[in-house]
Design a protein around this ligand. Sequence first.
Ligand code: FAD
Length: 570
Amino acid sequence: ASHSAADLTAADVTRHKWWGWGMDDVRFRFDNKPAFAPLAKNKIGVDLEQVTQFDDPELSDHEVPAGRLGDAEREAIVGLVGEANVRTDDEYRVLHSFGRSLPDLFHVRSGDFERLVDAVVYPGTEEEVAGLLRLAIEKDLVLIPYGGGSCISGSVTPDPAEQRPVLTVNLGRMRQVLSIDDTAGLARVQAGVYGPDLEEQLAAEGWTMGHFPDSFTYSTLGGWAATRSSGMQSDKYGDIEDIVRGMRVVHPEGTVVTNPIPGRDSGPSVHEMILGSEGRMGIITELTVQVHRLPQVRQVIAYMYPDWEHGIRGMHAIARSTDVSPTFTRLSDGPETEFSLAMVKEPTSTKGKVAAKVQDGLFAYLRSKGWDTSEEMSISYVCFEGTKETVEHQKSVVKKLVKGAGGITLGAGPGAIYDQKKFDTPYLRDFLLSYQVFGDVCDTGATWSNINEVHAKVYEAFYEAQRKQGLPGFMFCHMSHSYHSGACLYFTFALKYTSPDKALEQYYNAKRAVQQAFVDLGSTVSHHHAVGTEHQPWLTEDIGELGEHIIEGLFAQNDPGRNLNPGKVV
Ligand code: FAD
């Protein structure tokens, strides 16, 4: 359903629970997943059956420091957006002061509120956004643009040393698809729209944007553009920079407009300078995005390879093929396959029990062929879209390519399960935190030439860090977001910390080892999780001192008063 901002107030805008992922009562459960507790015990030394889970945190257990917004400033802001759209209550201020990274979740649950934003403002129009920015410059306030707050690089958190009042500008009321150019397949959309709301509005007209990051349910179009996001279907639909064709951005000196055209050669791209700028170049109010007709058929097929190297051979063959263009291609390595199998629920229906028996039989057969089905075997998912004929054709081509690389086709059943469950995994981090276990991710890019080396060396770096700190740890990885020259490697790691005062030190010992390995190997600080503050320590090694100098100049020129999300990126 579409809503005009005038119908909505701050209270109508979707928001996470203050201490974790999502806003509803979805919780991760392990009691219906027989292999999960044994995996947790073997890999990270936590006995879920024995250890008592901590209760959900209560905000009233923590002291929330008073905000610093003066009465006159508040009044001026209320004059712009209305009383209902200025929130200074504790829950709003705490929630908007953190993204959803592991350190964010740890700080928020611990009541570590060193510096909170002072108010949360919900503008309803571009004019109101412009008014807020004018006011911020006049009264020397800091504005932090905010979409869904799902960032995991510290991008929405105020600098602890900031003395000026800090306002979060939540774009959530601006969530409408304004128009669709049927001929060009271009949709003008307000920046604050959440993923499901956007796809629902587009689907009502027979369109999709095709951008589905794992955070899709609680992230927004403006946030995707401001962080250079990539969705799981990027193989077909592109990363956000391929999808966004034009934009409107409220800037300290006016509104930047990049016209929606398919390509441009008008000097260095202003458009590209704003993508990934994390709010430092202005507040994005509207984007014109490429949309596509909904495909007639969509199918996810699962494949299995004896190990990672065979799988990469298959993935590379698919990326190289002139006959197929899948919507996504994904390969889990051995440990991630083991983890995925541990996430499978105990079958209760007759159909489920039969499928489990078939799987046991298949694994026994694979073992008889010499496969290591417990630690090496690597599952892959490939998604096909199109007409029935093109999907069938592509499936038959991929089946041959997979076979040529030493893999087998499992079929549509496991593929469908993956497709339905993909947005549930974020809840696992909240669950694990209540057992003093950190589960987090680091992602990078690699070429087809060095992808196996990056994969192996990041593992070495993580386990060496864990060995040094004398803690068990578990790492797994998948490859996704395939390009002609390479793909994204997405590492997940888990560790149980020894005590709350050591927790973050132990987490950063592991995270630093992984990030350092990325840049040492000539990879990037992140494929799609932005820079914020979390990835800044490695930025110079990624883009070079001169690269950083160029970005610093850009921000200094466009925001001389440092009123726009200062301290992020560089
Ligand atoms: P926010 O977190 O609100 O903001 C992020 C940054 O963008 C901030 O610097 C903010 O100031 C700026 N910003 C937001 N809106 C605007 C605007 N309108 N104008 C200017 N600046 C703005 N990312 C991916 O790309 N792919 C994934 O698959 C993915 N999976 C994730 C899974 C989980 C569980 C989590 C927690 C995060 C994941 N992320 C992923 C990271 C995150 O979801 C993305 O960075 C996302 O693009 C952030 O969008 P948001 O609307 O939540 O932005």
